[in-house]
Design a protein around this ligand. Structure first.
Ligand SMILES: Cc1ncc(COP(=O)(O)O)c(C=O)c1O
Length: 407
């Protein structure tokens, strides 16, 4: 037996880089749990999970997973994924104007793993990655893990949250390895104009920087699907990411893909991604069969989904803009809005969000969790709840905002 010691042992230190790995969307839940412990109900408007609000994946996707499990498809798959699903992804890109071959497609555990694989394959410590602000925080978190530098480029609420290509150009240095574009956008709900899309792609192409195109909301623009950006110039260096999480309503399956553009400039990057993918064996096997079903089968659920989201978006921007002290750009896609509260001097976005949580049991995420200055007063709302519930929540927000700004 090992000798017992009564002395307290020192706590085991963790890696320094974890300090930079910040993911406010989940971190803030700790505060919500404290509020729940006092007996108050909390409405969670922090995570973009449609299933948590009653949406369900199409039945033929569930059937495909069930069939795969019953028919013994519980094995490790080839590390880039099963051929049928890789073919389905490639055919889907091709049908949307991006020539793609299955050997350049990798199936991943959600868009998230695709992002990690691509950044891992491309970026060394000290390299720079251009990331929009406000951003989806996984990009900065993964950069922190790698030791790379995320350099923010602004998107402007006064111009519908569009980025400014000239500003992005001014941030490029010899160390810049990738330009992240999230279109349609989380957290702002923006859909970029054709002009901006052309300019970003052109910039990446001319400067030989990889455009990391996060297209997970591509099918959820209210006016209809946004085609993948690589279609504007198939020779540009683009890696595109998407998944079943949002447009196919199956976030917990962790079923996604990345597609590496056909430019030979990207061949070494593809080889590096495949090498890294070997190390994690494969993405979730049975769910890969749902990718085939999703991309080759009926997608009519998306019509109803887009209509449901548009209704909630219209309600959200109308109700928030009616509150004195709040302004909100109307979202054009997905299920997020990024309103701004005109904060009194000395107050932060976190003061407002935590105040709203504690006083009214409504949980949003402060804009500083997406890289915005805390004094700017932005917050992100996920508007997936039923319209009647949203209306009740916005009543609460109106009352709370009046009290908060009167203090
Ligand atoms: C812009 C963006 N990228 C990636 C992800 C991660 O998605 P997935 O579930 O496919 O990993 C999300 C999830 O909210 C997102 O909003």
């Amino acid at each position: 037996m090992l000798p017992m010691t009564t002395e307290a042992l020192a706590s085991i230190p963790v890696a320094r880089r974890v300090g930079g790995f910040v993911y406010a969307i989940r971190n803030i839940v700790v505060e919500a749990k404290k509020v729940e412990a006092t007996g108050r109900r909390v409405r969670y408007l922090n995570i973009g999970d449609p299933v948590a609000f009653g949406f369900q994946p199409p039945p033929h996707l569930v059937a495909a997973v069930e069939r795969a499990m019953r028919e013994g498809q519980n094995v490790y798959t080839p590390s880039p994924g099963i051929p049928a699903a890789r073919e389905a992804v490639a055919a889907d890109f091709t049908s949307r104007g991006v020539p793609m071959t299955p050997d350049r497609v990798v199936l991943t555990a959600g868009t998230s793993e695709g992002i990690e694989l691509a950044l891992g394959a491309l970026v060394d410590a000290e390299d720079e990655v251009l990331v929009p602000v406000p951003t989806y925080p996984l990009y900065t978190a993964v950069c922190a893990k790698i030791g790379a530098r995320a350099k923010y480029y602004r998107t402007d609420p006064n111009r519908g949250w569009l980025p400014d290509p000239d500003h992005i150009r001014s941030l490029i240095s010899p160390k810049t390895r990738a330009l992240v574009m999230i279109d349609p956008n989380n957290p702002t709900g923006a859909v970029y104009t054709a002009e901006v899309r052309h300019a970003l792609l052109d910039l990446a192409d001319r400067r030989n920087i990889v455009l990391l195109a996060d297209e997970v909301y591509g099918d959820l623009a209210y006016d209809g699907p946004v085609p993948p950006i690589a279609g504007l110039n198939p020779d540009a260096p683009v890696i595109s990411f998407s998944s079943l999480s949002k447009a196919y309503l199956a976030p917990g399956w962790r079923a996604g893909w990345l597609a590496v553009g056909t430019s030979p400039r990207l061949d070494a990057v593809l080889a590096a991604i495949l090498k890294l993918a070997d190390g994690r064996l494969c993405s979730n096997g049975p769910m890969q069969h749902a990718i085939t079903a999703a991309l080759t089968g009926d997608r009519s659920h998306q019509v109803a989904l887009r209509a449901a989201l548009r209704e909630r978006a219209v309600l959200t921007s109308a109700r928030l803009n009616a509150i004195e002290g709040i302004s909100c750009v109307a979202p054009a896609a997905a299920f997020y809005a990024m309103p701004r509260v005109a904060l009194p001097p000395g107050k932060t976005d976190e003061d407002y969000v935590l105040g709203l949580l504690r006083a009214r049991g409504v949980l949003c995420v402060y804009g500083s969790g997406f890289g915005l200055p805390a004094a700017d007063g932005f917050l992100r709302i996920v508007f997936l709840a039923a319209p009647a519930e949203l209306a009740a929540i916005y009543d609460e927000m109106a009352e709370f905002t009046r009290e908060f700004l009167a203090r």
